[in-house]
Design a protein around this ligand. Sequence first.
Ligand code: FE2
Length: 365
Amino acid sequence: MEYPPFQIWNPVKVVYGVGRIDTLKELGYKKPLVICDPIVTKLGLIEKIKSFFNEMYIFSEIEPNPSCELIDKIVTSYRNQNVDSVIGIGGGSSLDTAKAVSGLLENEGSIVDYLVGGKKFNVRKPLVLIPTTAGTGSEVTNVGVYTYRGLKKPMTSDMFWADMAIVDPELTYSMPVRVTASTGLDAFTHAIEGFWAKSSQPYTEGLALTSLKMIFENLKNSINGDKVARNNMALAATIAGIAFSQTRTTAAHAISFPLTSFYGIEHGIAVALTLPQLVLWTYPHIKSKMDGLLRYLDIDNVETLAEMIEKLMIIANIPTRLRDYGVKEEDIEKIAKISMEANIIKLTPGDITYDDVVGILRKIF
Ligand SMILES: [Fe+2]
């Protein structure tokens, strides 16, 4: 096979290792704004970070799937406080919020102007992202996802590449079982979508395969609380993030947006629900490429791969059927319609159609 022309661009400095949160001390920030969720403040982590700075602000009311209103509220509160940097700590919602806030603190207007209005960020505050889950990869991507009028919408910006991602696995040790499982499944989905996306290229394929192997080898033990497995999952999630930062994601993420927006299904579960069927659906379109993946992972055939993904959900007691989450059969067409509106669905190998998505959703109903 021959690859079409491509480029690589990921300017985020990644610092990995247990205890590397201390790197924050060395950055010379005088008055950062720390953005996190209420759980982070309970971990005692904030006390540690406070000791690194003479002055800092903390906004700790981040909720899953941050709304445009919340982001505008934060920016209004801190616009005149001479904040010199933004530090996002937490899951994807905190990190995505930090990206938007770092841009808006240096630019006019509301996040809505940039998310749907076509405005572009040209500058931002210095930005450091520190994940406390092993999954979203947001720390190394230029994507932010924000809820606008009740629906999750992704946006990309060159200003969303952070100056630094600190991947300190110790921060993931207190993750509860369900969060470990759902964010791990998100990482798995990033890796597989970064591998098969039409926009994939040799660099992302290598990153995705490395990440997939690490996730298969470590997710189960990580769910059980094993520290080495959690270290490996933190690393694997970041590697998968770098892969999909170049390719973007595909149908599993496109279909997840209405599933999360309408039924509140956690992101990692929403992407993983369709993945076994999507693996089977895409296989005939990229057979030799997927055979390479199966060989690398030492898996006999694609049906076994689909079963293994489903098993990853089952071991964490995560239901695998849409009806378990309150989805009604008559909603399937609406979910499929909205999934098709996400641009990333066009990156799915095999030109997936509305009817295909309806078929996949019916199979997992
Ligand atoms: Fe994701």
